[in-house]
Write a protein that binds this ligand. Structure first.
Ligand SMILES: [Fe+2]
Length: 233
């Protein structure tokens, strides 16, 4: 089990507030059987340049690493970012530096306002022009957007699709299972931010998925996750 989207790094975004909270979140991940984690703090272009963001991320990581010996077991981890879509993203300087580890995979958070076709054009350009491998974060949050635009993302074989554990754990359960059966989920994330209402919860979702997974959806997710981890190292 791999958590490919979380806000566990301390003090860098609206996720973990400090090192102690990060350690407790990591401990929860380990207890759930998570073997690998990608730390993906929010990147907002109107708040930081990529270089400033990377300095802040490095500082947060060093702080966390200094205390990791307090944990009985540390999962494998690498760093990335959750890059919030902005106009001009496909031409922005340094955008490739926000990829996961040493890989060319980049996690993109689409806007929550009404989608325009240009948004999708730009995401396609990130892939076609910059040559980066786009991962669309928590696709389920966008299912009420223009269906044709969502379909453009889902139908593009160059895009990886990530879902949050939460999709499987509430009112959206039926929809989530149906979507899982479509075979289009490539990655899972807890998108955890804290120890309360947005805590690490990957194992709960996987338990629910296992009961309905007849076509190897979880195996596929494991394979894709491993591929990204290997590319990141
Ligand atoms: Fe997130």
């Amino acid at each position: 089990m791999f958590d490919c989207h979380c806000h566990i790094l301390p003090g860098i975004d609206d996720g973990s507030k400090n090192v102690q909270m990060s350690l407790a979140m990591l401990d929860m991940e380990v207890r759930q059987g998570v073997e690998g984690i990608i730390f993906t703090p929010h990147f907002y272009a109107d708040m930081n340049s990529p270089s400033t963001f990377l300095r802040r991320r490095e500082k947060a990581l060093i702080e966390l690493e200094a205390s990791l010996d307090q944990l009985p077991h540390v999962p494998a981890y690498t760093v990335g970012s959750e890059v919030h879509y902005f106009r001009g993203i496909s031409r922005a300087e340094g955008i490739e530096s926000l990829c996961i580890g040493n890989s060319d995979y980049i996690l993109i958070e689409m806007p929550f306002r009404t989608w325009q076709p240009q948004f999708i054009d730009e995401i396609e350009e990130i892939n076609a022009v910059l040559g980066l491998k786009v991962i669309i974060a928590h696709i389920e949050r966008y299912f009420d957007q223009d269906k044709r635009l969502v379909k453009r993302l889902l139908d593009n074989p160059n895009f990886l699709i990530q879902c949050n554990a939460e999709f499987f754990l509430g009112k959206s359960y039926n929809h989530a299972i149906k979507f899982m059966k479509s075979g289009r989920i490539d990655l899972l994330g807890s998108d955890s931010h804290n120890l309360e209402h947005r805590r690490p919860n990957l194992a709960e979702a996987v338990a629910v998925m296992e009961k309905k997974d007849k076509k190897g959806a979880l195996d596929h997710i494991s394979r894709v996750s491993r591929r990204i981890f290997e590319a990141a190292m």
